[in-house]
Design a protein around this ligand. Structure first.
Ligand code: HEM
Length: 427
């Protein structure tokens, strides 16, 4: 009897995370692919393994590396727990990114979900920073130089950049103050902020009566049932099995102890910033690090306030939207590497216009070329396919996302010593 009551209150709690009634259509797996739920599970896994690691980790340059060695080699299952933390961290970034992309493509960004869209953007940024602050903690060559390269990018921010760099690093270089700052953010401030934002996020999903479905499918509404929970359970178990298997087979990296006097060549930023590092090779930092990311994030936040509600819940807005998104993705996969090669080997505005400031020859001019090609493409799809504003925005979003992924792949696998081109197998 007691057991029954316990299990029913547990079920009650899980049910409570959902609205009491949801539209029948929203229960289908291909509505959300369970991505939000997976992000939550990965976050919980991060918290649990992170708390265990915290017990043995020492956040000082003298002891951090040794404490990681101790966790890996001396503590019973310590290495396995560290591997789970590492892999669930990577997949937390990937799954959150995919959830963000699915929310956008299913057009769940308008009223009554637009505030949740903004909260989600906040969660996405915190997810990246959470991973980034954890990156430094092993205090090996990989983490030390990745954080040095990535924080150096802050100096590209006009007026405030140097100040921000010294606040984040707690001094001029990456050192003991940086490690302590990152440790406090990683194990305290960021997780707390994320828990608070997640509570708000889930409450907003409930308030919006569940996930977005096309207007014609809003009814019939059915009670949230065990079928939905069963699907969620299956997704959760597969996810856990996958992370555990990866952690058993592949260890979290640990190179030699950090040596601030010796920089590896190439020194690369963490993988999710590699797209920016690659872009910095082609376009002036002011545009690569500030104008483009700001345009992307601010534009996405402003979008549901700027245009009227579209076909909320309809993937890609329409059949045509889907076709145009596929077309934009294919073109981005083809033209991003071509643009990278052309810029590397053929375009040398800085040599052709020696009198012009760098911001013009390496910034404004490539930017205008880029914007010009975007505008021509969007104009063509407007004229040729009679695309509406939503379909144009979906195409633009796809170009940004796919190009960033291609730049990331180039940066990770196709750049070697001195950031020169190499084939991945020459690495
Ligand atoms: C950090 C982790 C996050 C967690 C744990 C999380 C969790 C969830 C969950 C469980 C749902 C319910 C439906 C689903 O599973 O998709 C949801 C919906 C939603 N999320 Fe997230 N989310 C996160 C990040 C984000 C991000 C990055 C965005 C967008 C930038 C976002 C925007 C939304 C919106 C607008 C909805 C409502 C979607 C709809 O009604 O179809 N979330 N989230």
């Amino acid at each position: 009897m007691k057991k029954e009551r316990e299990s029913s209150s547990y079920r009650g709690f899980i049910f409570h995370l959902h609205p009491p009634k949801v539209s029948e259509a929203s229960i289908k797996f291909n509505r959300t692919f369970g991505l939000g739920g997976m992000a939550l599970l990965l976050f919980v896994l991060q918290l649990l393994t992170g708390l265990s690691l915290r017990m043995a980790y020492v956040p000082t340059p003298a002891e951090a590396y040794d404490s990681i060695l101790y966790i890996d080699n001396e503590i019973f299952f310590g290495g396995f727990i560290r591997n789970i933390h590492y892999w669930s961290g990577i997949f937390f970034v990937i799954v959150t990114f995919l959830h963000f992309v699915r929310v956008f493509y299913s057009q769940a960004i308008f009223v009554p979900r637009r505030i949740n869209w903004i909260i989600g953007m906040g969660l996405f940024i915190l997810t990246i920073f959470s991973n980034f602050t954890g990156y430094l903690l092993p205090w090996d060559q990989l983490s030390y130089w990745a954080v040095t390269v990535a924080t150096n990018m802050l100096t590209y921010i006009p007026w405030f950049g140097d100040w921000m760099l010294s606040v984040i690093r707690g001094g001029n270089d990456v050192g003991s103050a940086t490690l302590l700052n990152f440790y406090n953010f990683h194990t305290g401030i960021l997780p707390i902020l994320m828990v608070l934002l997640m509570i708000w996020h889930f409450w907003k999903v409930r308030k919006a009566k569940g996930v977005a479905v096309p207007a014609e499918n809003v009814k019939p509404r059915v009670p949230t049932n065990s079928d939905l929970l069963l699907k969620e359970l299956v997704v959760g178990l597969i996810l856990f099995a996958f992370i555990f298997l990866l952690s058993a087979l592949f260890s979290a990296p640990l190179q030699e102890r950090a040596n601030p006097a010796f920089s590896p060549n190439p020194a690369k930023a963490p993988w999710y910033f590699m797209g920016i590092q690659e872009l910095l090779l082609h376009i002036h930092p002011f545009f690569a690090f500030i104008v483009l990311p700001l345009f992307f994030f601010a534009g996405l936040m402003w979008l549901p306030f700027a245009i009227k509600e579209g076909n909320q819940g309809t993937w890609f807005h329409s059949e045509k939207g889907l076709k145009l998104a596929i077309q934009a993705a294919v073109l981005s996969v083809i033209f991003t590497p071509i643009a990278v090669l052309i810029e590397d080997f053929l375009l040398h505005f800085e040599l052709w216009m020696p009198a012009a400031p760098n911001a013009v020859s390496e910034g404004l001019i490539p930017m205008l070329l880029l914007l010009g090609s975007f505008t021509i493409y969007l104009w063509v799809i407007r004229k040729k396919y009679k695309a509406n504003i939503y379909e144009i925005i979906i195409s633009l979003f796809t170009i940004f996302i796919v190009s960033y992924i291609v730049l990331t792949i180039i940066g990770i696998w196709f750049r070697g010593e001195g950031m020169q081109f190499i084939w991945p197998w020459q690495n």
